[in-house]
Design a protein around this ligand. Structure first.
Ligand code: XMP
Length: 318
């Protein structure tokens, strides 16, 4: 019978055999799959696993620093690459959702390729692909591997795509990945993280992306997500986040009329992201969260809660 412990034991032995003294490169996303894949491979080959964690400037507030720190404490050989400025520069002026996805995917690949070139004699590319990704071919939950897959047919292949592929999780479902992670001692908080799309806040800022909009949305999102955690609601929700709308609305502050941004809060229940229901969050929680956002995030004067299910709506707004 399958147990997480036996899976770890067999897989580590197989990886040792397969990889020997070879060098392997892997893109970490902060998500569950890439983290569990990296931990398994690292158990087998140690420092010969080179992990790369790219900051695309569209991560959650403080996410890059916090997750990088966590990875280092876990003993992973990881290099953090802050490419925020480059992503934001290339995205400037683009407001089409697919256009933004293409730019983010391309710049990720270019950044990753440059970094992979720094590693001498690397022969394998590891990915956190799980079984549902194999059948659907495009990951619902994202991360670097999904980005690579959906964009690798554009133009010539970057060099790292010519590497041999190792995907130790490609027979597992998500809950099994979490159990395997737990059996290797990965932090429960990390394993319980909500899915987060590869293009990150880039597809939650409707319309064009500017550093100021990223700042606003990071603040709003952080208040919402921390609020869910504090209220014990985070684990009851499958995915939650905020969207920044490309409209201003009129408000009033003191004697002044304001004309500022409106944000959307979205929380859904789902099992695989294919269908989803909006979560009936307590009014009191919504009230508290809305007050906190409007009082502390400069540039926002209106908060709305999304009560649409998928289908016909989608989880993301773009
Ligand atoms: P939708 O909006 O299609 O989202 O209902 C379903 C799930 O997929 C995630 N998502 C993405 N993940 N790249 C990703 O890696 C993307 O471009 C992308 N678009 C949506 C979304 O967050 C949800 O979990």
């Amino acid at each position: 019978t399958w147990t997480p412990d036996s899976f770890v034991e067999t897989t580590v032995a197989e990886l040792k055999e397969k990889l020997g003294n070879d060098k392997v490169v892997l893109g970490l996303s902060g998500g569950v799959d890439s983290t569990v894949a990296a931990t398994l491979i690292s158990k087998a080959i140690g420092k010969n696993l080179y992990c790369i964690f790219v900051n695309n400037g569209l991560l959650r507030k403080n996410e890059f620093e916090n997750v990088l720190d966590q990875y280092k404490h876990m003993g992973l050989n990881v290099k953090g690459v802050d490419a925020s400025a480059r992503f934001l520069k290339e995205l400037a002026g683009e407001s089409d959702p697919e256009g933004k996805r293409k730019i983010i995917g391309r710049v990720f690949i270019e950044t990753f390729d440059d970094e992979a070139h720094e590693i001498k004699d690397v022969s394998w590319l590891a990915q956190g692909t799980i079984y549902p990704d194999v059948i659907e071919s495009v990951s619902a939950t994202g991360g670097p591997s999904a980005t690579i897959k959906s964009h690798h047919n554009v133009g010539g292949l970057p060099d790292f795509m010519k590497l041999k592929i190792v995907e130790p999780l490609n027979t597992l479902f998500k809950d099994e990945v979490r159990r395997v992670g737990k059996s290797m001692g990965i932090d429960a908080e990390l394993l319980g993280r909500h899915p987060f799309p590869g293009p990150g806040l880039g597809i939650r800022i409707l319309g064009d992306i500017t550093p100021e909009k990223v700042r606003i949305l990071q603040e709003v999102d952080a208040i919402f997500v921390q609020g869910l955690k504090d209220a014990g609601l985070y684990d009851k929700v499958w995915q939650a986040g905020a969207m920044l709308l490309p409209v201003n609305s009129v408000g009033v502050m003191g004697d002044e009329r304001t004309y500022e941004k409106a944000v959307v809060l979205r929380a859904v229940e789902s099992t695989d992201g294919m269908t989803a229901d909006w979560v009936n969050l307590p009014y009191e929680f919504l009230q508290k969260t809305s007050n906190k956002i409007i009082n502390s995030v400069k540039g926002v004067n209106r908060v709305v809660y999304d009560i649409s299910s998928k289908p016909p709506a989608t989880i993301e707004w773009e």
